[in-house]
Design a protein around this ligand. Structure first.
Ligand SMILES: Cc1cc2nc3c(=O)[nH]c(=O)nc-3n(C[C@H](O)[C@H](O)[C@H](O)COP(=O)(O)O)c2cc1C
Length: 171
């Protein structure tokens, strides 16, 4: 799929079919995430791959009862690893770069999933500690985004955007 077609086709999907994600597709998505840029190429984030039904249900509960998360056959949880970035960048690594590293890796995964005909939704509304507990992450990781991945069980809604002239500030 043409890259701009991928961008156009990506919409948040909040209902998933029972179809599983093919291992080669999952691999391609993870490779895409791994190819994302990061501050100093430190890749100050960790990815948790959540497949077990019980863990997906725990994630959904941790995400304030967004139960469609458990419907998807898998979810990736992107966690910032502030200590890893702090080794070189100190406070800026903790406060900014590790979050950005995790964020852009998740964005790459999301677009790769779209290119493969899969559906996703970025989940940011959750209880950090409950997500950490659900995935068994050490306490020094900060969950940044949950990305359920599967096949769409609904037609996406068209979502409006701000006008470019309001959004872009030429200086
Ligand atoms: C940082 C962030 C947090 C989000 N958190 C949630 C969430 O917790 N639950 C949800 O259903 N959608 C969440 N979304 C998805 C947005 O609602 C969605 O991207 C937006 O409404 C635009 O729709 P579209 O993705 O279909 O273009 C989040 C998106 C971002 C970027």
């Amino acid at each position: 799929m043409d890259f701009f077609e991928v961008l156009k086709r990506r919409h948040s999907i909040r209902a998933f079919t029972r179809a599983t994600v093919q291992p080669q597709d999952l691999r391609a998505i993870l490779e895409a995430a791994n190819g994302a840029p990061s501050a100093g190429n430190l890749q100050a984030y960790e990815i948790y791959l959540v497949k077990k039904q019980e863990a997906r249900a725990a994630l959904a509960a941790a995400a304030l009862g967004q139960n469609f998360i458990a419907q998807a056959p898998l979810a990736l949880v992107f966690c910032a690893h502030p200590d890893r970035s702090a080794t070189r960048y100190r406070e800026r690594g903790i406060r900014l770069y590790s979050i950005q590293d995790a964020t852009i890796a998740c964005a790459f995964a999301m677009l790769a999933a779209t290119a493969l005909g899969l559906a996703t939704v970025w989940i940011g509304a959750f209880d950090d500690n409950a997500v950490g507990h659900a995935i068994g992450a050490p306490r020094n990781l900060l969950p940044v985004a949950i990305l359920p991945i599967g096949y769409a069980g609904e037609k996406p809604e068209a979502t409006p955007r701000r006008r470019l002239q309001d959004l872009v500030h030429e200086v």
